[in-house]
Design a protein around this ligand. Structure first.
Ligand SMILES: C[S@@+](CC[C@H](N)C(=O)[O-])C[C@H]1O[C@@H](n2cnc3c(N)ncnc32)[C@H](O)[C@@H]1O
Length: 293
C-alpha cells in the first residue's frame, strides 16, 4: 500500500524522525516512484549485496536493514537515534548503515574489505568509514563512541578474534556505552537443525551441526566451524560461529556487563547481545581486567 503524504513527510526525516514510516518506506515503498527513490539511501551493486548478505534484490537488502534497525531499537535501553555516536564494526556494503540516513549523531564504520569500504565512502557520505587490517586496532581514540553495532561479524570469527575485538570494542566505547552484537545461539542452531535450507545457507553438514549441538549441551557453549571464504587470509580464519547464552554471559561478561540477550531477534535466527561498558575499569595484578561501577 502506498505511503500517505504524512507518512512520506515523516519518512523524509530518515532515522532522525519516527522509525516506522522510514522503515515502511524502505520495505513497502514503490521504488519506481521518483519521490520514494529520492528518499532512499543508495544501494550497493548486486555483487556487494551478495558478498555480505547473500541477497541480490534491493528490496530484500532494504527489508533486512529495516528488520535489523527495528530489532536493535527494541533491544537497546534508549532510543536508537538518541545515541550520540555509533561505530559499525564490519560495516560491509552498508546494509545497516544505509538505514541510518538522517541520523543526527556521528556514524563511523570499519571493515577489512577495501572494495566495500570504498563503495561506502563514495555513496554513504554520512558514514565516516575506514579500512582496517585483520586484528588491527580501530583508528579511534579510547572512549570515542557511545555505542558499537556489529551485525553478522562475531557469527563468523574464531575464539581468539572474539577476545581481540571484544577488547577493542571495550576500548573505543565510552564508559556507560553499549555494544550490540549478533551471535548464532540456540535459535539459529535449532533452525539449522530443523531446516535443510538453513543448513545449506550456512554451508554446514549435519555432522558439523551435531558438533555444535554437543558444544551447547556438554561443552562450553562455543563452536567455530572453519570455512573457505573470500575473507580467509593469512592468519585469519573465517567460518560459522555458534555461541549459546551461557557462553555469552560468561565470556563476553569478562569485558562488558551483559544487559540482555534477545534470542532470535533477527528473523528468528541471530540473537542480539546487548553489552554495556561499566563506568570504571581496573587492571588486576594478574593483568586481567576487572570492572566495577
Ligand atoms: C556477513 S558481512 C555483514 C556486513 C554487515 N554488518 C551487514 O550486516 O550487512 C561481515 C562483514 O564483516 C567484515 N569483517 C569480517 N571480519 C572483520 C574484521 N576482523 N575486521 C573488520 N571487518 C571484518 C567483512 O568484510 C564483511 O563486510
Amino acid at each position: 500500500m502506498p505511503l500517505t503524504d504524512d507518512e512520506m513527510a515523516a519518512a523524509a526525516l530518515g532515522l532522525s524522525g519516527p522509525l516506522e514510516p522510514w522503515l515502511a518506506l524502505n520495505t513497502e515503498g514503490d521504488y519506481d516512484d521518483p519521490a520514494v527513490a529520492a528518499l532512499l539511501a543508495p544501494f550497493p551493486p548486486t555483487a556487494f549485496m551478495q558478498r555480505t548478505s547473500s541477497l541480490t534484490e534491493r528490496r530484500d537488502f532494504a527489508s533486512h536493514g529495516a528488520v535489523m534497525v527495528r530489532a536493535l531499537a527494541e533491544a537497546l535501553p534508549k532510543p536508537l537515534n538518541a545515541l550520540e555516536s555509533i561505530l559499525d564494526f564490519g560495516v560491509g556494503a552498508g546494509r545497516l548503515a544505509r538505514m541510518f540516513r538522517g541520523y543526527p549523531g556521528r556514524y563511523a564504520g570499519v571493515d577489512i574489505d577495501a572494495e566495500l569500504v570504498a563503495w561506502v565512502a563514495d555513496h554513504l557520505k554520512f558514514v565516516d568509514v575506514h579500512h582496517i587490517g585483520v586484528r588491527e586496532k580501530f583508528p579511534f581514540e579510547a572512549g570515542s563512541f557511545e555505542a558499537a553495532i556489529s551485525i553478522s561479524v562475531f557469527t563468523h570469527m574464531e575464539r581468539r578474534d572474539h577476545v581481540f575485538y571484544l577488547r577493542e570494542l571495550q576500548r573505543v566505547i565510552r564508559p556507560g556505552g553499549y555494544a550490540l552484537l549478533t551471535v548464532h545461539g540456540e535459535s539459529a542452531l535449532a533452525l539449522a537443525e530443523g531446516n535443510p535450507e538453513v543448513r545449506d545457507m550456512l554451508a554446514m553438514t549435519d555432522a558439523e551441526l551435531a558438533e555444535v549441538r554437543a558444544a551447547f549441551t556438554t561443552g562450553d557453549g562455543f563452536r567455530f566451524v572453519p570455512q573457505g571464504a573470500h575473507l580467509v587470509q593469512r592468519g585469519y580464519r573465517y567460518g560459522q560461529t555458534f555461541a549459546n547464552e551461557a557462553f555469552v554471559r560468561r565470556f563476553y561478561g569478562r569485558y562488558f556487563d551483559v544487559v540482555r540477550i534477545v534470542p532470535g531477534a533477527i528473523h528468528g535466527f541471530q540473537d542480539i547481545v546487548v553489552l554495556q561498558r561499566p563506568a570504571v575499569v581496573k587492571r588486576s595484578l594478574a593483568g586481567r581486567l576487572f570492572w566495577w561501577r
